[in-house]
Design a binder for this molecule. Structure first.
Ligand SMILES: [Zn+2]
Length: 62
């Protein structure tokens, strides 16, 4: 089972080699915590994590 990678810049999760949110290729397979952002404008979690796009994000990326 292929694990998703988390972007080190914006923490977005993806299964590809390029982050779909910010276009970075600086991805890590070492991440913990999963946050699903559906409505970033109304989400306190999104504000805390500086997320402006809906999607799936890691809480911590190492
Ligand atoms: Zn990114």
């Amino acid at each position: 089972m292929a694990r998703e990678h988390a972007c080190r810049k914006c923490k977005s999760l993806s299964s590809g080699k390029v982050c779909p949110v910010c276009g970075s290729t600086d991805l890590s397979s070492e991440w913990t915590g999963l946050v699903i952002i559906i409505n970033p404008e109304k989400s306190e979690v999104a504000k805390t994590l500086s997320i402006s796009k809906s999607g799936r994000y890691a809480l911590k990326v190492s």
